[in-house]
Write a protein that binds this ligand. Structure first.
Ligand SMILES: CC(C)(COP(=O)(O)OP(=O)(O)OC[C@H]1O[C@@H](n2cnc3c(N)ncnc32)[C@H](O)[C@@H]1OP(=O)(O)O)[C@@H](O)C(=O)NCCC(=O)NCCS
Length: 237
């Protein structure tokens, strides 16, 4: 899918439209979000448990960026955005004046993404392409028959690329549901069925950068994905 790249959205997406924000965590303006003190006490406590300064800072950048994106739609300061973590781990926006909207986040390599929609639930995943030496073994254990067939006859990089494409989609579906990859352990093939979700228009792939796979899932069909790639921090103020 080639999503339309849009300038900063002025309002929440319409029905069947999902906004996907992609931020480069290594961009100096993005890294500097960690110093803006817009995260919650819970975020900072989580950051303090990280093993290295780099991981600690990256977490603060991600959580700050997530708040800035949500604040952009809410028209309020990022520090005033309230987020709770649902039992499975999914971050959820606390309603403001009774209104809320679904979102989902993910990161891989240098990139961080936030998907925002208006359906019941959204799931987002991003994965930087990497070597997957045991792709066939993992697929035979966790992919369903149709997904396994998609790998038939593929080798080397082609196999790894297709494996990553399906894996990213499964993570997006797992995040849409909210239970995460535990669904795989539970054998919940229905929620994680990428073919069914894609053929119903509830799952889309995009590639904001060559070496990355991105998947976005929604409980409603997705007609349009608006790709938002900010290049400064102007929108965060
Ligand atoms: C969340 C999960 C689906 C993907 O994680 P990942 O690919 O390692 O990392 P990503 O950056 O793509 O996603 C993590 C983000 O998703 C969000 N998230 C975490 N759990 C989530 C869930 N159950 N549903 C939706 N979103 C979730 C978090 O906000 C997190 O971002 P943060 O660290 O900046 O706060 C996966 O780690 C998971 O299912 N964890 C639950 C524990 C589990 O089942 N473990 C067994 C693994 S086989």
């Amino acid at each position: 899918m080639n999503p339309s790249r849009t300038s900063l959205p002025r309002s929440l997406p319409e029905d069947e439209v999902v906004d996907v924000w992609i931020l480069d965590l290594t961009a100096p303006w993005c890294d500097a979000l960690a110093d803006r003190n817009i995260t919650s006490g819970a975020d900072r406590a989580r950051a303090d448990r990280m093993a290295t300064d780099t991981l600690r800072r990256r977490l603060l950048v991600r959580r700050s960026a997530m708040r800035c994106v949500l604040a952009h739609y809410l028209g309020r300061g990022a520090e005033a955005v309230e987020i709770v973590t649902a039992p499975g781990g999914k971050p959820v926006l606390v309603p403001v004046d009774g209104a809320t909207f679904p979102f989902s986040v993910g990161h891989s390599g240098d990139l961080y993404g936030v998907a925002v929609g208006t359906s019941k639930s959204i799931g987002f995943d991003i994965e930087r392409r990497r070597r997957v030496p045991r792709a066939e073994g993992i697929a035979s254990r966790w992919f369903d028959a149709a997904e396994g067939r998609a790998l038939d006859g593929l080798e080397g990089e082609d196999l790894e690329r297709e494996f990553m494409r399906i894996w990213t989609a499964k993570e997006a579906l797992a995040k849409r549901h909210g239970a995460g990859l535990r669904l795989m352990m539970r054998g919940d093939t229905e929620v994680l069925d990428t073919e069914a979700a894609a053929s119903g228009g509830r799952l889309r792939w995009l590639s904001p950068r060559d070496e990355y796979h991105v998947a976005v899932a929604s409980t409603d069909p997705i007609r349009t994905v608006r790709l938002v790639i900010p290049e400064t921090d102007e929108w965060t103020r």
